[in-house]
Design a protein around this ligand. Structure first.
Ligand code: GLU
Length: 420
């Protein structure tokens, strides 16, 4: 998915979000500064042997943003436009995300600048293994636990787990989550982000009197998060998916698309574009579509001051991280569009990552029904917590989620005290 406005620096957005909440909860200057800086970060430059026997040097990052509430947690992204500031922002958002759903982690994120769509499986394996070995001294089940993110998957996690374990001399399944089930992955993890998003959409829809059954949905980004959200809203809640898109463009069908068939088409052709019976539209048009529910599930900076006033949805569920910039938030709030912010709406992924890690540590695995039931409990409770703060303080859901999350992180910082 190409970024619409590369000039918007996501870390500047992340810091502004902290300031907005710091003013509301009256944070002192020092705590505010602490929350606007990562605790620890690394850049690594490493060679990878390519299939034609040449080698190339790649750049990777790992940022551990805050660990006041527990070990750092967050995905690894492979994308040509990864920047250190983007990874810092994503690591900050992981910190707030884990706090808002009340799981005992701090936040981290990693990224490698690369174009995985133009690399072979062997090249990706060698890149993953070398990147892992460069950052492995910072990883561990009690230190920092990666997971999948944009263009990484369970296979990537298997290579990370193996590389880390080889260095230790024994298997350490708890060092990453989002692994294949055969290596200690959890049932339900692959679809957890989308499933969690669908649960909070359902809860918010009830509150605003929107019927999801028969309601229309547009999804920007048809990767793991977007496609699963579409599937669940369609299969379990009876919604009509009218538009979807991926990095190559979008499709529209007024009387509804079957998201499973769209997925098959994408697997076959590499894109949703050209799906039989649907009209091809642009990626931007998907956001501005006439639909009750909009699911941005691609990258950052998609809803900006340029298009926020054109959005027609009543409810937005942010399956992506950072899709909306602060200026756009104001416009959406004025338009009375209900936004389920990323740190709540896509927290299902890291929630089931937490379940996976807990299962790995105990060596005791749960059935799918139990995973989904516990996920639902966490998402329903977290939505209710956010909604309550939003109502009490008369702020929008993003600010409410941040108030809750930042207060929890600040409480942990305060009660721990300053070392030495
Ligand atoms: N990459 C996902 C996210 O942004 C999942 C992170 C995790 O499971 O640690 O939330």
């Amino acid at each position: 998915m190409p970024k619409s406005e590369p000039v918007i620096n996501p870390f500047e957005t992340a810091k502004r979000q902290v300031d907005i909440v710091a003013d509301i909860i009256g944070l002192d200057e020092a705590t505010r500064e602490e929350l606007k800086h990562p605790k620890r970060e690394i850049s690594v430059y490493f060679p990878v042997r390519m299939d034609n026997n040449s080698y190339r040097v790649f750049t990777g990052y790992r940022v551990q943003y805050n660990m006041a509430r527990g070990p750092c947690k967050g995905g690894i992204r492979y994308h040509p436009q990864v920047t250190l500031d983007e990874v810092r922002a994503l690591a900050a958002w992981m910190t707030w995300k884990c706090a808002v759903v009340g799981i005992p982690y701090g936040g981290a994120k990693g990224g490698v600048i690369c174009d995985p769509k133009h690399m072979s499986k062997g090249e990706l394996e060698r890149l993953t293994r070398r990147y892992t070995s460069e950052i492995s001294f910072m990883l561990g089940p009690e230190i920092d636990i990666p997971a999948p993110d944009v263009y990484t998957d369970s296979q990537t996690m298997a290579w990370i787990m193996d590389t880390y374990s080889m260095g230790k001399g024994y298997s350490v399944p708890g060092v990453v989550t989002g692994k294949p089930i055969s290596l200690g992955g959890s049932e339900g993890r692959a679809e957890a982000t989308g499933r969690g998003c669908a649960y909070v959409v359902r809860e918010a829809a009830k509150d605003i009197g929107l019927r999801v059954k028969g309601g229309t949905v547009a999804v920007q980004g048809f990767g793991n998060a977007g496609s699963v959200t579409a599937n669940i809203l369609h299969d379990e809640q009876g919604a009509k998916i009218v538009a979807v898109s991926d990095s190559r463009g979008g499709i529209y069908k007024a009387d509804g698309l079957n998201p499973h068939e769209v997925e098959e088409h994408k697997t076959k052709t590499g894109s949703v574009v050209g799906f039989p019976g649907a009209k091809d539209i642009s990626n931007e048009e998907v956001l501005e579509m006439k639909a009750d529910i909009l699911i941005p599930a691609a990258l950052e900076n998609q809803i900006t001051s340029k298009n926020a006033d054109k959005i027609q949805a009543r409810l937005i569920g942010e399956a992506a991280n950072g899709p909306t910039v602060p200026e756009a938030d104001k416009v959406l709030f004025e338009k009375k569009i209900t936004v389920l912010p990323d740190i709540l709406a896509n927290a299902g992924g890291v929630t089931v990552s937490y379940f996976e890690w807990a299962q790995d540590i105990q060596g005791y695995f749960w059935p799918l029904a139990e995973v989904n039931e516990r996920l639902e409990q966490v998402m329903v409770r977290s939505y209710a917590d956010v909604h309550k703060v939003a109502t009490e303080r008369k702020v929008h859901n993003r600010t409410a989620a941040y108030v809750l999350a930042i207060q929890r992180v600040v409480d942990a910082i305060r009660i721990r005290g300053i070392y030495p």
